[in-house]
Design a binder for this molecule. Structure first.
Ligand SMILES: *[C@@H]1O[C@H](CO)[C@@H](O)[C@H](O)[C@H]1NC(C)=O
Ligand SMILES: *[C@@H]1O[C@H](CO)[C@@H](O)[C@H](O)[C@H]1NC(C)=O
Ligand SMILES: *[C@@H]1O[C@H](CO)[C@@H](O)[C@H](O)[C@H]1NC(C)=O
Ligand SMILES: *[C@@H]1O[C@H](CO)[C@@H](O)[C@H](O)[C@H]1NC(C)=O
Length: 490
């Protein structure tokens, strides 16, 4: 054990712990203050959710007034007034039916579904509950209603868009006789595209099917009302099914009992490494396995990848040891509970050693729960991901190690819940600083100071969403920073 403790990813531990000039206490108090804040925010959130529930019940009788709608839209409603039951449904006309196949993993599908809600609403078409992807890498057969509370989804959005669980019989027969008009809308489109190109097609064919839903709507240049509906769909209408909600809350409760916790979305899973070609720290056998996997997947187009080059430009997920160094450099207290929100870490426990040495209270759902609790979830990666999503939202600090969909969507959701801290690690910078620290040209203090300085404005605070006209993929994602739905930046 003595021996094991001595080295930490090739770095002497005493250098890391002894010479690290900890501000652990300060950080702990920061975390505790934040967690109190979180509980208050959680209370506020519960209160508005209750309001939403009342509203949903009310719409069984009639539809809501504009006033109520505004209240439901507000992220932090302080005053809770009973809903006025007056007014008429917004979408009295129906221009046709939109069927949607969502593609990708849970969070990619989540964002796509929210975009489709907004698009259907503003085209005045009826949305059929989207189909979930059952062919992706994640290989999960779960349907929409297995992951999301479908009745709640339909009722919450009743005032904005008509949603049906299936096509009405008449349209279904029509589609069966004739062919179904299927297409993939262009990516990052604006509303003009939907009004001028898509809507006429729906009117002509009555039913239209989108084969893809992710990134079909631009981040910017979209009317504010449309943006607000994207948010309402994401933050209000999409709720997980009761079994997922209950188990997610149970994990949060277990963690909370022991104090503050940080969620680490450690995207160091086999698919990520195979896909990205990032093999830093892997042995020859592992590199071979990852490369073979990439070559075996027809849809992963880029086959030959220079891992070293890619890592240097910040395009690789951080390794567990790099992550541990970054968190310690940021003065995260080693006593902090670190919940790993991820599937299986590639290389298993062996690869986790550096992180466990730096943060001994590292846990995951499999270690916190009874095996029987997870039984109904285990074979469904999207349901497992949903649990991690819930825990990530409620954590004191959320740290993703890569810029994937979960990282970006959780970051935005945390902003919406009151700018909860999300540390966006600067991968390119960290790779370089770690290299300098390891070769001795930076002391621990210098390293730590540099990491802290360069992350001061990467904590999920209010900031305008980064716009890069003509380069939507490089822009800040709408769901990372849904600025139109957040309190005004002053
Ligand atoms: C949708 O319906 C609303 C209210 O009836 C109407 O104001 C709007 O112009 C309609 N939009 C489209 C694209 O049909
Ligand atoms: C995948 O989903 C489609 C559409 O819902 C369905 O027709 C198909 O049977 C599903 N495949 C499997 C293997 O579950
Ligand atoms: C999960 O999948 C494994 C392997 O395919 C199978 O043996 C097991 O019975 C499945 N468990 C459940 C609960 O479906
Ligand atoms: C560490 O790396 C820097 C930058 O490449 C180099 O200038 C320096 O000589 C190296 N230091 C040692 C001790 O190897």
């Amino acid at each position: 054990m003595e021996h094991n403790l001595k080295y930490f990813g090739g770095i002497k531990v005493d250098k890391l712990i002894g010479g690290s000039n900890f501000k652990g206490e300060r950080l702990t108090s920061l975390i505790i203050a934040q967690s109190r804040l979180c509980r208050l925010k959680l209370f506020a959130f519960t209160a508005t959710t209750t309001l939403l529930l009342i509203c949903v019940c009310a719409v069984q009788l009639s539809t809501l007034s504009d006033v109520t709608r505004v209240l439901m839209f507000r992220s932090n409603s302080q005053t809770i007034t009973p809903p006025q039951i007056t007014g008429t449904e917004r979408n009295s006309e129906n221009n046709g039916y939109l069927m949607v196949s969502s593609n990708g993993g849970l969070n990619q599908m989540r964002a796509g579904i929210c975009d489709m809600v907004a698009i259907a609403s503003f085209m005045n078409v009826t949305l059929i509950v989207p189909e979930l992807d059952n062919t992706s890498f994640w290989n999960d057969r779960s349907r929409f209603e297995d992951i999301f509370d479908v009745d709640y989804f339909i009722a919450s959005l009743r005032d904005e868009v008509r949603i049906l669980k299936a096509l009405p019989d008449k349209q279904k027969r029509r589609v069966e006789i004739a062919t179904l008009y299927s297409m993939a809308p262009v990516s990052w489109a604006n509303m003009k595209y939907y009004y001028e190109l898509i809507l006429p097609r729906i009117k002509k064919n009555e039913v239209l099917h989108f084969t893809q839903a992710d990134t079909r709507l631009a981040n910017n240049g979209i009317p504010k009302e449309v943006q607000k509906l994207r948010c309402k769909a994401n933050y209000r209408a999409l709720r997980f099914t009761p079994p997922i909600e209950e188990l997610g809350k149970k994990i949060v409760r277990i963690l909370r009992e022991k104090g503050p916790f940080l969620v680490l979305h450690l995207r160091y899973e086999m698919d990520m490494l195979a896909f990205s070609g990032c093999t830093e720290g892997c042995n020859a056998k592992e590199i071979e396995e990852l490369t073979n996997m990439r070559f075996a997947c027809p849809w992963w187009k880029q086959k030959i990848i220079d891992s070293v080059k890619k890592r240097r430009v910040g395009a690789c997920p951080l390794t567990p040891e790099e992550t541990a160094l970054a968190l310690r450099a940021l003065d995260i207290d080693p006593g902090t509970q670190v919940y790993i929100a991820a599937g299986d870490i590639y290389g298993g426990e062996r690869r986790m050693v550096p992180l466990r040495l730096a943060f001994p209270h590292t846990v995951k759902k499999e270690t916190l729960l009874e095996s029987s609790d997870l039984e109904p979830f285990r074979n469904h990666s999207n349901r497992m991901a949903a649990l991690d999503y819930m825990v990530s939202l409620e954590s004191d600090i959320f740290v993703p190690t890569y810029k994937g969909n979960m990282a970006r969507i959780v970051e935005g959701h945390r902003r919406y819940l009151g700018f909860r801290t999300t540390i966006r690690l600067h991968r390119k910078l960290l790779v370089e600083l770690i290299r300098q620290y390891k070769n001795g040209s930076l002391s621990w203090n210098e390293f730590s100071q540099a990491v802290k300085t360069r992350h001061a404005n990467r904590m999920g605070s209010p900031a305008p969403r980064l716009e890069i006209p003509g380069k939507p993929k490089e822009e800040e994602y709408f769901y990372s920073n849904p600025q139109e739905c957040l309190p005004q930046i002053v």
